[in-house]
Design a protein around this ligand. Structure first.
Ligand code: SF4
Length: 214
């Protein structure tokens, strides 16, 4: 069984897939506590679903793209089996993970979107660094949520140290909502000389930062 906070259809709000129709499977629970977390409602509660029930709901929404997210989706052991089943049904699967749980056993057909936690998150020490060495240049993305200049400098250091421009399809620079001047982030990104992608959380601009299930 899987503990599930919500399953819904919307458009992808982040990553290179932003704007595409997508079914989201949001699993309950997360071992991290990022200070700017926008999904604290996933920490508790949820309903138990069998894998078959999750798949049936996903089929009903009729989207080619499916994102498994949380919370921290990989904190539930059965999430790995869910990802495998979704891939076997030929969905294009995105796994959005906070970077604390090893990704080694994720079905290789799935696309990983891996957060690297910057210092201001308060969870930097829990980054599982071997995950960065497993990223694949043809399909995986890495994301830095930036709250200030210190986070930006930290991101640059990690990108260089792990050669993330070689290892990933895209490096996402995502300003934390309402925490940093977007023009500042745009100027840092544009002057970096690196092939980065600044992203805004599209769903929050459409439905507002507090909306759930959209
Ligand atoms: S890893 Fe994600 S869900 Fe967990 S606390 Fe951090 S932002 Fe929130």
């Amino acid at each position: 069984m899987l503990r599930v906070t919500e399953i819904f259809r919307s458009i992808q709000g982040e990553s290179t897939h932003a704007g595409r129709p997508c079914t989201f499977v949001r699993l309950t629970g997360c071992p991290m506590r990022c200070v700017w977390c926008d999904s604290e409602y996933t920490f508790t509660g949820g309903e138990y679903f069998s894998l078959d029930d999750v798949l049936e709901k996903v089929r009903d929404f009729n989207c080619k793209l499916v994102e498994v997210t949380g919370g921290e989706p990989l904190a539930q052991r059965e999430a790995f089996a869910l990802i495998e089943r979704l891939c076997a049904e030929n969905y294009e699967v995105l796994v959005e993970t906070g970077g604390f749980v090893p990704i080694a056993e994720v079905d290789p057909r799935a696309n990983i979107i891996l957060d690297v936690k910057c210092p201001t998150s308060g969870e930097e020490a829990r980054n599982h660094w071997p995950n960065l060495e497993r990223l694949r240049a043809d399909k995986d993305e890495v994301k830095f949520v930036i709250t200030n200049y210190e986070d930006w400098q930290y991101a640059l250091g990690i990108i260089e140290r792990y050669e993330l421009d070689q290892r990933t399809k895209t490096i996402l620079i995502s300003p934390a909502w309402d925490a940093v001047d977007l023009k500042d982030v745009a100027s840092w990104v544009s002057a970096s000389g690196l092939d980065l992608r600044m992203q805004l959380q599209l769903h929050k601009y459409i439905w507002g930062p507090e909306a759930r299930g959209v």
